[in-house]
Design a protein around this ligand. Structure first.
Ligand SMILES: [Zn+2]
Length: 122
């Protein structure tokens, strides 16, 4: 597993958490803010005290290192599926741009390409 793949998988997870929180969801490490039906510890229906969660509770809204291995693997599979196309496209453009250039010109051109790619993703 490359560092780029792992980093991309983590970014996918972070982005998903961000989107879920924006929709009002919370994870086990956060205070429940759902007003109508808060997460509570209760004996309801059982002899043991247990958490009864609100409908805005999501167990996977936790930091990457705390995710179950199976969940991390799902993100890694997604990262591995999308990265070849992205990396291939960018390197292809680099080769085209740099074909007729010296080293200094290439550096500047690759820097411009990077900035343009990042701008497009905003
Ligand atoms: Zn809750």
């Amino acid at each position: 597993m490359t560092a780029l793949t792992t980093k991309t998988a983590q970014s996918l997870h972070d982005k998903r958490c961000e989107q879920m929180r924006a929709k009002g969801f919370h994870g086990p490490l956060e205070v429940c803010s759902y007003p109508e039906d808060q997460c509570i510890e209760s004996y309801a229906g059982t002899q043991q005290l247990r958490w009864v969660h609100c409908i805005k509770f999501c167990p996977s809204l936790i930091p990457w290192p705390d995710l179950p291995e199976s969940r991390r693997q799902e993100y890694l599979v997604t990262a591995k599926a999308v990265l070849p196309e992205i990396v291939g496209e960018v390197f292809g453009e680099c080769l085209t741009i740099c074909a007729e250039m010296n080293a200094l010109e290439s550096w500047a051109a690759i820097g411009n390409l990077r900035d343009r790619c990042l701008e497009e993703l905003k």
